[in-house]
Every structure is written in structure tokens, then in C-alpha cells.
Write a protein that binds this ligand. Structure first.
Ligand SMILES: *Cc1c(COP(=O)(O)O)cnc(C)c1O
Length: 426
């Protein structure tokens, strides 16, 4: 690789450093092209993408079916606002409702907006349907959650970096340990409107709860007339080996999920892969009984439900259905954890392997504030695979779901080789 090529990367990084806010700490690679499971940097190096934009690119980069829908719609109509009807929104809402087995859809753009929407919906339902006294509604959340970055959402966070000096915070959030059904039982009561939970905690480091946690949580919510809100922005849309990680909603007509029936959340939050990483598209799904508390003027978004987003999202879900990505994610995920467990046995550095479907993580056997996981990710990059540490010593592995078995084995070979470079030399 030439000095000139490296100069291109250096220049792009310098521009960001000079003009951009430093709200991220990216791996030093400057990407300029993506196709399927691959990314290319400005120097022409090819990488396997093992982050998939935090699971937004489940369908693979620039999927032709989604890009065709984007182009076709972009030439007709992109935005009308909700002041008028558009000819794509209703079809999108029907498609989504049928696909996931819900009655009503409220479209937004980013994941954080959809979470915010679900919280507003739950509060209003709490006052108008459950009869919670004015301004007393509580939302129960879990420690180490990640639901986004707005003030209300970080009010539910216990991450010091995400919350430090951003107060005052939104009241009405009650936090319990994740996967602790007794703690949930203790906080239930007449003022609780909703339990907001990730079926698998992604950002926290891919924590998979006990198999019956959601089922028990769902039963408790029913017993106390509390809405179960599943934040599936990261876990949904085939990432965890079924259409939804909370899946139990086996009413979905295409039988897209391969999991056992668990629960059906009262409120479902989707984002990220809803557009296959093409546009910010998010949505809140629920029953008519819950959604009817939202009346004209109560909530909205200029871009929410725009025709371009609607066309793209339908195409993105068609890819999930037609390419059987839930099944693929389930099968490849099993293979990944099996092989990764073998690698763990020969590695000093890997202390555990966990995950579901193609949402997996390894824990690096080192303190949380050590730089080992970062160094390993730098070495993985040199060997042609892009991944990023989360919470210091955890590395998340979440490739696009369109990966083939052969490609996955190739990636495992890269990971094995890279970890060997870190072993003490005999
Ligand atoms: C990424 C994420 C969000 C926030 O989505 P944005 O589009 O970044 O606002 C919310 N919840 C979960 C579980 C996420 O992973």
C-alpha cells in the first residue's frame, strides 16, 4: 500500500478531528464502500464487517433490492410531512403490522425517537386507561440498559459517561437489575405504566437473560396491568436468530421465527435494520387499545412515515423474509459460538463466549479499563475484520446476516489467527 493511500486515510481522520465534535472514538479506518458482508477503506483494503453498524445492516451493505426501492421512490416523492396523506404510508403500516403481528404502527426515524415515543405512549395509556394519578406514572427499566441518547432516555441510564453533567433528568424512571424477576415483582404497583426492556442487552455487552425471564416478566406485567415494552432496536429483525428476540409472536404469517413461543410485548420498538441501514427508520407497534390514546397533535415528526422511508423499509423486510435471514442467523450463530468456544479453549485471552443468533460477544480476560480489547480490534482490522469493543473488555461480533457459512469460517480463521498473535510466545 502506498504512502499516498495512507495519506487519504490520514486526511479524512484529520478533518473529523479538526471540525467534528468528538462524541465517538472510532477505530482508525476510513471506509468508502460497502457490499454485502464487506467494507472497503479509502486505501482499497477489504474487510469483513463484524459490527453491521450496530445491527442496522443485517441485510448487508447496499442490498440491491433495498437500493432499487430507494432509487425508484426517490425519483417520485420523498417527503410530504404528515400534513397530507402519502400513497406509501398506509401500505407500509399494513405491511409492518402483518409482518410482526400487531394492530397499529407509529413511524419515527431514529431508535431513540421510537423509545421516546413508546415512553410517551405508555405514560398516556397509564393515565387514561390504567388510571394512574396525574404526573405519577413510573417506567421500570433495567440497569446497564441502552435505549438511546435523549435526556429522557439517559434519565433511565446508569452509565456515568452517558449521563455526567447532563442533568436535570426526567423523573419517573425506576431501575432494577437486569434478569431479576424478584426485583421486578417488588417494584410493580398502581403507578407503574410500563416495563421497558431489551430482550438481550446489546450495548451492555450482549447479556442474554435466563430463558424464562421475559415470559415471567410478561406474566407479571399482565398481573399488574403494566405494559411490557420490548426495545428490539438492536435485537429485532432476525439478528438473534428469530424475527424478534422476544418472539413468541408466532402469529407472524411467514413463520419467520425459529424460536419457541415466549411472549408478545404490548409495545414493540424497532429501528436500525428496519431500513437495512439505508435511512433512519424506526417504529412503535402496539394494539389499537393502547395506540388509541394518541390523538392528533399529541405526537409527531416531520420525517416520520415519509414515503422514501416507507418504500425502503418494506424492501428491507422483504429481504429478511425472502432470504430467510432469521434461520440463517440462527444456524450461523450456533456455528460461530461452537467454533469460538474451541478458540477460547486454546486462548489465554478469551474468558467467555455468549450470544444468540448472530449477536455475540467475547469477554477478554483482562480488567475493564485495560486496552487489550482495543488492541485486539486493531489487530483484527490489520487482518481484515472490523469489530469494536464495548465496555472496555468485551468485543461484540455481529456480522451482516447475509453471510455464507464459508465466509463465517474464514472470519473465524481471522479471529483465531489474531488471538494467537496475542498469546505469549513460547
Ligand atoms: C441503537 C439503539 C437505540 C437507539 O437507536 P438510535 O437510532 O441510535 O437512536 C435504542 N435502543 C437500542 C436497544 C439500541 O441498540
Amino acid at each position: 500500500m502506498s504512502v499516498m493511500d495512507r495519506q487519504l486515510s490520514a486526511e479524512a481522520m484529520a478533518l473529523e478531528a479538526r471540525y467534528g465534535a468528538s462524541n465517538y472514538h472510532p477505530l482508525p479506518v476510513v471506509l468508502s464502500r460497502g457490499e454485502g458482508v464487506y467494507l472497503w477503506d479509502v486505501e482499497g483494503n477489504r474487510y469483513y464487517d463484524f459490527l453491521s453498524a450496530y445491527s442496522a445492516v443485517n441485510q448487508g451493505h447496499c442490498h440491491p433490492h433495498i437500493i432499487d426501492a430507494l432509487k425508484e421512490q426517490a425519483e417520485k416523492l420523498t417527503l410530504t410531512s404528515r400534513a397530507f396523506y402519502n400513497d406509501r404510508l398506509g401500505a407500509f403500516e399494513k405491511f409492518l403490522a402483518d409482518f410482526f403481528g400487531y394492530e397499529k404502527v407509529l413511524p419515527m426515524n431514529t431508535g431513540a425517537e421510537a423509545v421516546e415515543t413508546a415512553i410517551k405512549l405508555a405514560r398516556k395509556w397509564g393515565y387514561e386507561k390504567k388510571g394512574i394519578p396525574e404526573n405519577q406514572a413510573k417506567i421500570v427499566v433495567c440497569q446497564n440498559n441502552f435505549h438511546g441518547r435523549t435526556i429522557t432516555i439517559i434519565s433511565a441510564s446508569n452509565d456515568a459517561v452517558a449521563t455526567g453533567n447532563f442533568g436535570p433528568f426526567t423523573p419517573g424512571m425506576v431501575s432494577i437489575p437486569y434478569n431479576d424477576i424478584d426485583a421486578l415483582r417488588r417494584v410493580m404497583g398502581p403507578e407503574v405504566a410500563a416495563f421497558l426492556v431489551e430482550p438481550v442487552q446489546g450495548e451492555a455487552g450482549v447479556f442474554v437473560p435466563d430463558a424464562d425471564f421475559l415470559k415471567k416478566a410478561s406474566a407479571l406485567c399482565k398481573e399488574h396491568n403494566v405494559l411490557l415494552i420490548a426495545d428490539e432496536v438492536q435485537t429485532g429483525i432476525a439478528r438473534t436468530g428469530r424475527l424478534l428476540a422476544s418472539c413468541g409472536n408466532c402469529a407472524c404469517p411467514e413463520k419467520l421465527c425459529s424460536g419457541t413461543p415466549d411472549v408478545k410485548p404490548d409495545v414493540l420498538i424497532l429501528g436500525k435494520a428496519l431500513s437495512g441501514g439505508v435511512l433512519p427508520v424506526s417504529a412503535v407497534l402496539s394494539s389499537s387499545e393502547v395506540m388509541e390514546v394518541i390523538r392528533p397533535g399529541n405526537h409527531g415528526s416531520t420525517f416520520g412515515g415519509n414515503p422514501l422511508a416507507c418504500a425502503v423499509a418494506v424492501a428491507a423486510l422483504e429481504v429478511v423474509r425472502d432470504e430467510k435471514l432469521s434461520e440463517r442467523s440462527d444456524e450461523l450463530g450456533q456455528l460461530f459460538r461452537d467454533k469460538m468456544t474451541e478458540i477460547m479453549q486454546e486462548s489465554e485471552w478469551v474468558s467467555s463466549v455468549r450470544g444468540r443468533g448472530l449477536l455475540n460477544a467475547i469477554v477478554i480476560n483482562d480488567s475493564e479499563d485495560s486496552s487489550t480489547a482495543w488492541e485486539i480490534c486493531l489487530a483484527l482490522k490489520e487482518n481484515g475484520l472490523l469489530a469494536k469493543p464495548t465496555h472496555g473488555n468485551i468485543i461484540r461480533f455481529a456480522p451482516p446476516l447475509v453471510m455464507t457459512e464459508e465466509q463465517l469460517l474464514d472470519c473465524l480463521a481471522i479471529i483465531r489467527k489474531t488471538l494467537r498473535e496475542f498469546e505469549p510466545q513460547p
